[in-house]
Structure formats: C-alpha cells, structure tokens
Design a protein around this ligand. Structure first.
Ligand code: GLA
Length: 390
C-alpha cells in the first residue's frame, strides 16, 4: 500500500495549499485466474483484484479546471472541464479525461473542478489492468466527491464504455468489473452477458498464486485483439444456421457447439470459437474443482486454458509460452497459464509455498535463456475493489 503521508506532501508540492480537503481513493489491478477471451463472448470469467493498484489523491478547485498529474511520469496538465477531447499526446491522461467525459454524458453536472494526483503501482503494459484501475478509481472518486451514488457495477460499465469510445480500445467488461467489485481473499465468478456474479472464497491453502511478468511489451495487441473479436462474430453468424437466435458464443453449450461446428467454414474461425466454448466450460469445471477442494484439478484446468490460448486462439507468443513451460517443470506447481489479453504481459501459476524460491530462480533463469529478457515475479494476495481510504 502506498505511503499516504508522502503522497500528500507530493500533492501539496504539485498543487499548493494544505492537506485539508484532500481525499484519498484506491483501485486495484486484477489477475484473471481462468476464462480468457470469454468476456466479450458473453461467457464466464474468474478474475480477482490484486492488493496493489492505483492510489488517487483528489481535492476540489474553485474554478472549473481539471488538474492531472502522476508520481510516475513528469507529464502533468490542466484541462477545462467543458472542453475535454481525446489527444494522443496526452497519453495516460486520456483515461481520466474519458471518465470525466462519460460522467458528463450520464448527466453529472460539475459545478467546480478538481486537482488529481495518481500514484500507479501496476507495471505499465503488464496486462494487470492499469488502465481499468485508473478509470475506475477516477469515476468512483469523482462521484463520491460530488456526493452522488457510487454503484460499482455502474462504474465498471461506464469505465468500459469510456475505454471503448473515448480511448478506442474494444475491451470487454472483465477488467473494469474486477477492479470495481473485487473483495479481499475472493475471486469473482462473473457471467459477462448478464453481469450476474458471485464472490467465491479463494482458499488455496499452502498453494500461492504467483504472477510472472514477461516484461515483453504487448506490441500488436490491439489489432490482434480486434481481429479475434471479429472472428468470434463470424463464428456466431455461421452458427446461426443451426441456432437462429444466437448473438454470442457464450449462449451455446459445448455439446451444441460440437453438433453444429461444421457450419463454420473457415478453419481458423472454427478454432477460435472452439477455444471460447471450451474455455467457458473450463471455468464452470474449475468452480466444481474449487468446491471439492481439488486444487490439482484446478491447476490442470489452468494448463488446459493456456494450451488452448496457444493452439486454438493463438494469443500467447514465445515469451508467455517459454515462461509457462518453465513454470510447469518446477516441482510443486499445479498449473500455469497466461493471464489477460496475451502476446506478452503476465502469467499466473499455482505454486506450493515451499517451492516459491525455487520457482523464481528456475523460471527466471530458463526464461532468460529462452528469450534474453528478465522476468519479475509477484506472490499475489487478493485485495479489495475500489474504495475510499481517507
Ligand atoms: C483484456 C481485455 C478484457 C478481456 C481480456 C481477455 O484484458 O481488457 O476485457 O477480453 O483481455 O480475456
């Protein structure tokens, strides 16, 4: 957790004035345990909030300006609240700007401005949802400061809308939902079509979740991500020959899919759809495994998820594959997979607590041998969703 006194001093250095009137909010990053590339197909996901994320200090201004600054980079700027536009040169600031724009569209009337100072602890481009964390903490903080309701499901939806429309990234709902609604020591079983969800205690006993950062920047991720979405839409169109009402792949069972998949003409499109339908089934199987306290089965399902993302959905790449292969060779590892969009970013592994040091050493060494890159590891605890700290 960030040092709030030190951040308060930085806030005063940036914006002047006194500590009085500064409120402090926090939103986490997230890790997805299983259920990848299923959210925009109306399927299940099973993410959890991390204990680290974005801390935001905020204070009212007398005028109608928005001051944006971060402890992470020197870039800071002021904007008039009635003149908020996307500008690539504004970099990370387009996330908070998008939220202000979206709040205005939902009818929030700002009578005054705000100064905001962000402190981000999520490594950039790591696939642990730093952008969703910024969006959700901004929306929550502004609504709270305006004395308006802070419904965390609505906040997730408006944050996703802002990322889709203002920032032009076609993400699904998983990241914003997990960041907004997470709970300490629980993972979230979310049905992305209806947004029904369950907070499931994640008791992994002597096994810990270890995140491995490949430190491979996710270069082509946006175009490849959008291409996968289009392929899923194509599969739905073909399958309508058998299921005329179908709008999302998540609406059919694995059995129904297998009986009709010959209708999908293109081999690649069929493979993409096969991944989605089987992955949704794996999420449900993983719930049964958790209920039965069968962590070994949970680990096998994690492995199955990665292999399918590698072979059928083709979103892993050499770095993620090398890290996962090395992880599975360590004794005491029950499962290992990529997490997030893919092409780089992070893996998540279920590792016995006595094996963690060996895991870091062996996976780190083999990963560097295979790729020339240096990995980072975080032993992960599950934290709360967005909240006000001060
Ligand atoms: C990214 C997106 C999510 C989800 C995952 C893949 O994290 O932001 O909406 O689609 O990829 O599961």
């Amino acid at each position: 957790m960030a040092n709030i006194d030190a951040l308060t001093q930085q806030f005063i250095q940036q914006y002047g004035g006194e500590a009085d009137g500064i409120a402090v909010f926090h939103a986490p990053g997230r890790v997805n345990l299983i259920g990848e590339h299923t959210d925009y197909n109306g399927g299940y996901v099973f993410p959890a909030a991390l204990t680290f994320g974005t801390t935001l200090l905020i204070r009212k201004r007398e005028d109608n300006k928005l001051g944006l600054a971060t402890t992470n980079f020197p870039l800071s700027k002021q904007f008039a609240i009635d003149e908020i536009f996307y500008d690539a040169a504004d970099d990370w600031m387009n996330y908070p700007k998008g939220i202000v724009n979206e709040l205005k569209q939902t009818g929030v009337e700002f009578n005054n401005g705000y100064d905001l100072l962000y402190h981000g602890e999520i490594p950039n481009g790591s696939g642990l949802s730093s952008s969703a964390s910024i969006e959700v903490v901004t929306a929550y903080a502004l609504l709270n400061m305006e004395g308006l309701p802070t419904d965390t499901v609505k906040i997730a939806l408006l944050s996703q809308k802002s990322e889709n429309e203002f920032n032009g990234v076609q993400c699904g709902i998983m990241d914003q939902f997990a960041v907004a609604n997470g709970k300490k020591d629980h993972a979230i079983l979310l049905m992305c079509d209806t947004l029904e969800y369950d907070l499931v205690p994640f008791n992994s006993g002597k096994y810990k979740l270890v995140i491995g950062n490949t430190n491979k920047r996710r270069g082509l991720v946006d175009s490849a991500y959008n291409e996968r979405r289009r392929q899923c839409e194509q599969a739905v169109e073909d399958l309508r020959g058998a299921f005329p009402e179908l709008t999302l792949l998540g609406q059919i069972s694995l059995e129904q899919f297998n009986s009709a998949k010959h209708l999908i003409k293109d081999d690649t499109v069929r493979a993409r759809a096969q991944h989605v339908v089987e992955e949704i089934d794996r999420v449900l199987q993983s719930m049964a495994a958790l209920k039965a306290n069968d962590l070994e089965q949970f680990g096998r399902l994690m492995n199955g998820s990665h292999d399918s993302l590698r072979d059928l959905y083709e979103v892993t790449g050499p770095e993620l594959d090398a890290m996962v292969a090395a992880a599975r060779e360590v004794q005491g590892v029950l499962g290992s997979r990529m997490t997030g969009a893919g092409f780089g970013g992070c893996t998540v592994s279920l590792v016995h607590e006595d094996s963690i040091e060996a895991f870091k050493e062996e996976v780190g060494r083999k990963y560097t041998e295979a790729t020339g890159l240096t990995a980072d590891f975080y032993v992960c605890s599950i934290g709360n969703g967005v909240e006000r700290l001060v």
